[in-house]
Design a protein around this ligand. Structure first.
Ligand code: AHG
Ligand code: MN
Ligand code: MN
Length: 322
């Protein structure tokens, strides 16, 4: 099995980007270790703080954020970072060529039940005309990402990453301490009989999503004429990993549960990087109005509707909105 850096050189990834990726992965190896030791190291449970989005921070959210932030800001490659757990963007090296957005721990509600969690990251080139402390650095659409990925702290610690030349799977090999390429050019099956949505919000969805899900649940006696299975891991990293591995549709649609918060998932460090991975694997990543990666961001914590996965199923779902 091929090691990470030679695999990236084979894809002609520039050396400075490879160095940044290795820096990010150094942080994930440390987070992977801390996650595995969380019970023993007193890192279970919540802090007394909330992040800017009003969510209670888990101890591991904070630890993972500090690890990621420190290693990136000290690397010399990074002009600024933005994170789910930081109120605003944080300036780094003024001449840094890249900016990084990240969700240090995705699936926080799974921490205390020893279930699936991960780290999501998204890399853009920095804008030389803007200062490092200018949050407008981050107002770049998803299609301008130069790299995106996530690390899943599951039974294996897995890296799933794209630099725009396909989506590849890597596994952390603890015997030599690095990531090994296990699957190149992952392809999402175009058709599926599996969907992922938090069904408990059903009564709050817009009518098109209600109609679509009703037709899936109706199974082989309904208009789709086939049975569908449902899965919900409550960690986007886990649900998208399943979609990349065996197909499926994943959605967190608009809902009116809280009128001030019609969407749940965050554009910069959840929807955009996952969209890049899904599209590079032959899937679609959409809102009901268009392609996620075309959205011009207005805020580093903005939220967005997400409908992504197997191409034909996402297209089918979107047809209910027309
Ligand atoms: P985070 O733990 O980083 O706040 O993200 C959780 C997100 C996402 O990973 C997951 O798909 C979704 O929230 C789960 O939402 P529900 O709580 O509605 O299941
Ligand atoms: Mn998240
Ligand atoms: Mn998170």
């Amino acid at each position: 099995m091929q090691r990470l850096a030679p695999a990236l050189r084979e894809d002609n990834v520039p050396l400075d980007l490879i160095s940044l990726i290795k820096t990010i992965l150094a942080a994930t190896k440390e987070i992977s270790f801390r996650v595995s030791q969380a019970h023993l190291g007193g890192l279970m449970g919540s802090t007394l703080d909330e992040n800017i989005q009003g969510e209670v921070q888990k101890k591991l959210d904070v630890v993972a954020n500090e690890l990621f932030k420190d290693i990136l800001l000290e690397s010399g490659f990074v002009k600024a970072i933005s994170s789910e757990e930081e109120d605003t963007s944080v300036a780094g090296e003024p001449k840094g060529k890249f900016i990084v957005s990240f969700d240090p721990l995705d699936g926080s509600s799974n921490i205390d039940i020893n279930s699936l969690i991960g780290t999501i990251f998204s890399i853009h080139e920095s804008r030389p005309e803007l200062a490092a402390d200018d949050p407008d650095q981050f107002k770049q659409a998803g299609h301008k990402q130069v790299c995106a990925g996530y690390v899943l702290y599951g039974p294996s610690t897995m890296l799933v990453m794209t630099t725009g030349q396909g989506t590849h799977f890597y596994v952390l090999d603890r015997t030599h301490g690095g990531y090994l390429l296990v699957q190149r050019n992952v392809q999402i099956p175009q058709d599926t009989q599996e969907f992922a949505i938090n069904m408990s919000n059903q009564r709050f969805w817009q009518q098109p999503m209600q109609n679509y899900i009703n037709d899936l649940v109706a199974g082989d006696t309904g208009p789709r004429g086939k049975n569908f299975n449902m899965r919900w891991i409550a960690a986007m990293v886990g649900d998208i990993h399943r979609v990349l591995t065996r197909g499926g549709i994943f959605t967190y649609p608009a809902d009116n549960k809280n009128p001030n918060k019609p969407y749940k998932l965050r554009l910069m460090y959840e929807a955009n990087p996952m969209s890049f991975l899904v599209e590079q694997a032959g899937g679609l990543a959409m809102t009901s109005q268009g392609r996620i990666m075309e959205i011009d961001p207005s805020d580093i914590h903005q939220r967005v509707e997400v409908i992504m996965g197997s191409k034909n199923e996402v297209t089918k779902c979107l047809s209910y909105y027309q």
